[in-house]
Structures are given as C-alpha cells and as structure tokens.
Design a protein around this ligand. Structure first.
Ligand code: VGL
Ligand code: ZN
Length: 201
C-alpha cells in the first residue's frame, strides 16, 4: 500500500446538493470516501479553484448559457455556471469530508483562460499540475480515484494517470456524475479502453 495513493477529486460544496454546479447525490460519496481515506497510506485531494470571471463560466461569454460548448484555443470547452470561486464557501470541501490526513491538495483551474478537469494536466492536455512528478518522486505507482464528477474531473484524471504510466482504478460507487449528452457512458468506455479498472469500494 506504500506505493498506492488515493486521489479524492473535488468533493466541494459547489458540486453537492445546494451548490452552484450540484452533481446529483454528490454528497452521498462522502461516507464512502471517509472510509477509503482511513484505509490508504497516502491521500491526495484535488480542489477546483477558479478565479472570479474564469473562462469556463458561461457568464463570461455573452449570449451563452451553462452547459453549452464553445471553441477555445485549446479545444472545445463546456461552459459551466460560476462555481468553486477561490475563497468562497462553494469552493470549500464538504463539511463532513475527513480530509485532515491528506498529504497534498492539488488546486486546479486557477488560470483564468484555461480550464482544468484533470488532476494531472489542464484542458490543453499539456500544462502539468505537477502531480505526476510528485507521485513518481514518492515511489507511488498506483492510484485509486473517487469523487466528483465521474464523467469530468474523475474520468480525465484517470485517463491522464494511465497516460503518465500509473496503474489506475476508479471506485464508481464513491463517485457521482453530471451526465451531459451521454458523457457518463462515453467516459466509462474511454476509461475502460485506456486500462482504468472500474470497480466498487
Ligand atoms: C468539474 C465541471 C467543471 C468536476 C469541475 O469536478 O468534474 N466539472 N469543473
Ligand atoms: Zn470547474
């Protein structure tokens, strides 16, 4: 287990019921993830962490509504309601998440002009967060992922983990998804094809 890390993705108020970008049943992952945190030697958290007026917010683009897509210099980008703004309550971890044991918090999406779903790379698939180097230097070869949302930040993190040469598993019962236009099925397929183990806690 010393060479394994649990990566808890974006268990933040804005992705839970009542939040700005609420994922259906998002808060229900918290008790499962708390048990996982106890079981793992190494725990990393990610925190979606946008400046106000972030380019992924529909409010930044006149005439655009949340969940529409636009072309950005780095590719297609889904537009979201304003969420996880740095320093706000919505950006904080869910109150019941027992995160004190975490050894690292990776904040992502802090560059105004580019979004970042993955814990490893921003949405240009090129700009690193530093997580690969951190894990590698610590001798971690296998990551287990859980959190929000299955079909966005969890899935892109798992795909990049494989791309970076880590073994990767996603615990689906400790995740909840957004499911825009079939994104749940599409991302589960992509994960499976990339060699991500899809499992349960
Ligand atoms: C996420 C959309 C926008 C996620 C973050 O955590 O899956 N989704 N920002
Ligand atoms: Zn975001």
């Amino acid at each position: 287990m010393a060479d394994e890390a649990l990566i808890v993705i974006d268990v933040q108020n804005d992705f839970c019921p009542g939040g700005a970008l609420a994922v259906n049943e998002g808060d229900q992952v918290v008790p499962l993830i708390n048990r996982l945190i106890q079981r793992f030697d190494h725990v990393v958290l990610t925190q979606d962490w946008h400046p106000a007026g972030h380019s992924s917010f529909a409010s930044r683009h006149t005439g655009k509504q949340p969940f529409e897509t636009i072309a950005m210099p780095y590719g297609e980008q889904t537009l979201w309601p304003d969420h996880c703004v740095q320093g706000t309550h919505g950006a904080e971890f869910h109150d019941d998440l027992e995160w004190t044991k975490a050894e690292l918090v990776i904040r992502k999406g802090f560059r105004r002009e580019i979004d970042s779903y993955s814990a490893f790379f921003e949405n240009d698939h090129r700009t690193p967060t530093g997580l690969s180097g951190y894990l590698r230097e610590r001798g971690i070869t296998r990551v287990t992922l859980a959190g929000l949302a299955t079909d966005y930040c969890v899935a892109y993190s798992a795909l990049d983990a494989r791309r970076q040469g880590f073994e990767a598993a996603v615990l689906l019962d400790a995740c909840r998804g957004i499911d825009l236009g079939g994104s749940m099925a599409a991302m589960e397929k992509r994960m499976r094809e990339a060699g991500v183990a899809l499992a349960q806690t």
